[in-house]
Structure formats: structure tokens, C-alpha cells
Ligand binder design. Structure first.
Ligand SMILES: Nc1nc2c(c(=O)[nH]1)N[C@H]1C(S)=C(S)[C@@H](COP(=O)(O)O)O[C@H]1N2
Ligand SMILES: [Mo]
Length: 502
């Protein structure tokens, strides 16, 4: 495992074989199972997956060692099958090259060498035991000096191999400087036209405990299928726009950022956000308008979709109209006034106000194929999510938190509401099933962001329940019908249980 890891790092292959297998598992996992795993494990889903693969491998190695004592070729066959699994995992990921299997070949060769070194020692002990039946009669067979020596030799061999493996692992890590180089390139990047984020003065409702209107980049939710995030230096990045277009376009990073930079506040959320959930964040994004770039390419009037592909092979299908209409769909290069964090798509990601992330917000985007929905398929739509993913209006109570105990009398409630690209016109709350009470709304710079709200209601001592609903600027009232996140986003009113004391 250590030598293949070193080989992968030396060759600058993004994934060591174990990671490739982990990504294969993710690709093959049915949607509902994947969602359940994310629910239970949260951000730890990938470390747990990798640990699980390592545990299974360790168990297989025990079997291989046991087999090698008597049936050498069966042990070798098992190792070849395990390696074959890795080869399949590497070659079935989009954008893989034949040379990407080199680390697996290196690893398999190491396994065979190590196995013959250790199995030979084991067989020597076995031969000694076979010729010495006298001791086998007794309960605790006394070992002969020769047997003891054989055992010692075996244990020393194991220890030496573990030590060398550890050393090789460390060297592999040092070789993985690629990521650090990209971090450095990101740190040194100066982007003209990108301004610092200044939160509009009226956007804050001023209630303690309501999530901050601007989400700091390091608190912004993260959702992706990459076990190791792609690390791309700006100089190595290109975007190809092709397919049903008059003219194919290929764009380098410097060509991209030399264009006019557009900036705006946009709230991004995940289709997997449950009612009341926090897979949502609001940031100041800077980038290049996609409508202008697509106009240069000249889409075919028959086209209705753009298949976006990430450097890591992830895909999404976005309605062409959302990329070409007057909304600020952009290739974002900065978030909150700084180059995108690597995890959020550095150097370039797509951002489309009004659509869920899974159909639009492609991180590490490198390819855009203008096409038709009838002719494409994409990562999450293949797993049962809807083809179209317009954001559904929703609202959330942040204060009080579930289970809070507050002083009775006038209680302050607060939270956020959103309906990107339509805007929110009203928020109401109801305590204990009483009638709806209008909330006060803070300001917003545009209709693409969430809005903070607050309301004050008198409550008696005792247990209470508060629920919230919003109304959008088209006059539509948020539905109370409860719907799960699959296939196109949750609906229902968020409610919080709290108590009040005298
Ligand atoms: N390359 C890539 N881009 C991706 C995804 C992914 O898995 N891979 N997930 C999408 C989903 S489902 C969401 S909700 C957003 C989340 O963006 P964030 O992680 O920057 O918050 O990214 C989108 N872009
Ligand atoms: Mo998402």
C-alpha cells in the first residue's frame, strides 16, 4: 500500500489506488444509501469509507498469509484479484489514463516480494515442526532451538517490512507536495476586479443567534463526491465550451480573468437540505458572466442544456436558459473577496442563482458541452434526482433553538428565508398553532440571497412550538406539505419546540 501510494504521489496521480476504489464505491452506491450514509456520518463519510476499505484489505491479507503457507499460487491469485479490483476502479473513472494503473502494478509487485520473503520463513518453521512429532504429542509443545530461531526470523522480517513501509509512506506524503504548490499559487494570486465583501448595512436583523448573513468561506457547507479534492494550478486550467455551438471555445485562466468581472451576493443551497437544515450559505461571488461566453460560442437554437464536467469527473446538467438569461450565472473565481478555496472549486466553479448546486454549481469545472437534456445524463440525475433543480422557497427558525428554555413574556424569534431569484416578500410565524404573525424583514441587495427576519410574540410559561412560513415576491405562500429531499428538494414548515419559564 505504501509503495503504490508513493508511486501515485511521485507520478502526480491524484488518487492512490485505495482512494480510487473508494470513489468507485461512491459511484456504485445507490442514491438513498449514499444519502443515509451522509446523514449518519456527515463530513466523516469519506474517512470512514477509506478506513473500511483498509480493514477489509487487512482481513484479506490475513487470509493470503494463511494460504501462502501451503498453497502459494492460490495466495498469489487472491492478490492479483485484489489488484484487478484497483485497476477497474482507476480505469472506470472519467479522464483516467492507462499510466494511472502504474501505482497498482508497483503495489502488486511489492505484495509478491513481501509475500515470498515472509512465506518462505513460515514454511521453514512448518518443515521443522513436521519432522519433530515427539513434541506434538504434549499439550504445550516445546519448541526446538531451530524452531525458535525460525520464529524470531519471521518476526524480525515482519518488523523490518513494517518499518520500511512506514518510511515509504512518509516519503510518499512528502512527494504529495502538489497540493501545497496549488495552495501557494492561490495565496499569491492577485485578481483585479475582485473587490472585498462588504455586507450591506441593512442586511443584519440584529438578533443574536441568527446565522450570519454572509457565510465565511470556512463555515460554508461542503458537498462533493471527490475523496481527494482536485488541485489545479491556475496556469494548468482550461475550459472547453463545445457541443451544439457555432464556434468551440477554449479558455485559459488568464484569458478568463482578463474579461470583465461581475460580482454579486448569491445564496447557494443543496437539494439535500432538509427543512430547517444548514446545507445553505450566502457569499459574495466574483467571476465572469456565462451569458457573454456562451454568446461567443453561439449555441444552437435547438439546445436546451449544458453538460458541465469537473476535473474530478463529476457532471451536472444545467438548463441553457438559466446560463444565458439576465441572471448573473457566472464562472466564479473568488468567494467573499478571495480566490476560491480549493474545496469550493479553485480555480474556477460555476454559480447559477436560483438553482440547486447539484444541477449547476460545478466545482473545478473544465468542460461545458452545449446539448439537449434528452441526450445527456449526469451524476445525481443518474441516481434518481430530478433533471431540473430550481430552488424551492423555504424558511428557517434559528432562534430559539430546539429545546431552549427562555424567559416568558415577550420572546424574540429570528431566522432566515430564501427563494433565490424570486425573492421573499413576507415571513410569518405561528406559536402553538395560533394565527400567523408577520415578521420584520431585514434588507437584501438582490433577490438571489436569503433574508433575515425577526418577530416578537408574548408567550406564557410552559412548553411551546413555533413554526415559520415565507411568501415570495410572486405572492406564493410556502407550502406546509411535507416532502422529502428526493427527488427535487424538501418542502414543509420548519418548527421548533422550546419552553418558557416565569
Ligand atoms: N465537482 C463537483 N462539483 C459539485 C459537486 C460535486 O460533487 N463535485 N456537488 C454539487 C453540489 S450537490 C452542491 S450542493 C454544491 C456545493 O458547493 P460547495 O461545496 O462549495 O458548498 O456543489 C456542487 N458542485
Ligand atoms: Mo447539493
Amino acid at each position: 500500500m505504501a509503495t503504490s501510494y508513493l508511486a501515485a504521489n511521485l507520478m502526480n496521480i491524484r488518487e492512490s489506488p485505495v482512494v480510487a476504489v473508494a470513489e468507485l464505491v461512491i459511484r456504485l452506491t445507490p442514491g438513498p444509501v449514499a444519502r443515509a450514509a451522509i446523514d449518519v456520518l456527515g463530513h466523516k463519510d469519506k474517512p470512514v469509507l477509506i478506513a473500511g476499505i483498509l480493514v477489509i484489505l487487512a482481513a484479506l491479507f490475513v487470509v493470503v498469509g494463511w494460504l501462502a503457507r501451503r498453497r502459494w499460487w492460490v495466495a498469489v491469485a487472491v492478490l492479483v484479484v485484489i489488484a484487478g479490483f484497483g485497476v477497474v476502479a482507476v480505469l472506470t473513472r472519467t479522464g483516467s489514463a492507462a499510466s494511472d494503473v502504474t501505482p497498482i502494478v508497483v503495489g502488486l509487485a511489492t505484495w509478491l516480494i513481501v509475500l515470498s520473503l515472509l512465506a518462505e520463513r513460515l514454511r521453514r518453521i512448518d518443515r521443522l515442526a513436521d519432522t519433530d512429532d515427539s513434541s506434538a504429542e504434549e499439550g504445550v509443545p516445546a519448541m526446538t532451538e531451530e524452531q525458535l530461531q525460525g520464529r524470531r526470523g519471521f518476526l524480525i522480517g515482519v518488523g523490518a517490512i513494517v518499518a520500511v513501509a512506514g518510511l515509504i509512506g512518509v516519503v510518499g506524503r512528502i512527494a504529495g507536495r502538489g497540493r501545497r504548490q496549488v495552495e501557494e499559487a492561490r495565496r499569491l494570486l492577485r485578481l483585479s476586479g475582485v473587490s472585498t465583501a462588504t455586507v450591506p448595512a441593512d442586511a443584519r436583523i440584529g438578533v443574536d443567534g441568527v446565522s450570519s448573513w454572509m457565510t465565511p468561506a470556512d463555515e460554508f457547507y461542503l458537498i462533493d463526491t471527490a475523496v481527494i479534492v482536485p488541485t489545479i494550478e491556475p496556469n494548468d486550467w482550461t475550459l472547453r465550451i463545445h457541443g451544439m455551438v457555432e464556434k468551440e471555445i477554449e479558455l485559459s485562466y488568464s484569458e478568463l480573468v482578463a474579461r470583465e468581472i461581475t460580482e454579486s451576493w448569491v445564496t447557494l443551497n443543496c437539494v439535500s437540505n432538509e427543512v430547517g437544515g444548514n446545507l445553505i450559505g450566502n457569499a459574495w461571488w466574483s467571476g465572469v458572466r456565462l451569458a457573454d461566453l456562451l454568446a461567443l460560442a453561439g449555441p444552437d437554437p435547438e439546445a436546451d442544456a449544458v453538460l458541465q464536467t469537473s476535473d474530478d469527473g463529476w457532471t451536472c446538467g444545467t438548463p441553457l436558459s438559466a446560463l444565458t438569461d439576465d441572471r448573473n450565472a457566472m464562472l466564479a473565481v473568488a468567494m467573499n473577496g478571495k480566490p476560491l478555496p480549493i474545496e469550493h472549486g479553485f480555480p474556477v466553479r460555476t454559480l447559477v442563482p436560483g438553482l440547486y448546486g447539484y444541477v449547476s454549481a460545478c466545482k473545478w469545472v473544465v468542460d461545458m458541452e452545449v446539448s439537449k437534456f434528452s441526450e445527456i445524463s449526469a451524476f445525481w440525475t443518474d441516481k434518481g434526482w430530478a433533471e431540473q433543480g430550481p430552488v424551492k422557497m423555504s424558511s428557517r427558525i434559528d432562534v430559539p433553538r430546539s429545546g431552549d428554555d427562555v424567559p416568558s413574556g415577550e420572546v424574540t424569534f429570528g431566522g432566515v428565508a430564501w427563494s433565490q431569484h424570486t425573492g421573499i416578500s413576507a415571513v410569518e410565524i405561528a406559536v402553538d398553532g395560533e394565527s400567523w404573525v408577520g415578521a420584520e424583514l431585514a434588507g437584501v441587495p438582490n433577490d438571489d440571497t436569503w433574508v433575515q427576519w425577526k418577530a416578537m410574540v408574548d408567550v406564557e410559561p410552559g412548553d411551546h412550538m413555533v413554526k415559520v412560513r415565507a411568501t415570495d415576491k410572486d405572492g406564493l405562500v410556502q407550502t406546509g406539505v411535507v416532502q422529502d429531499v428526493v427527488p427535487d428538494g424538501s418542502t414543509g414548515w420548519h418548527s421548533v419546540d422550546f419552553s418558557a419559564h416565569a
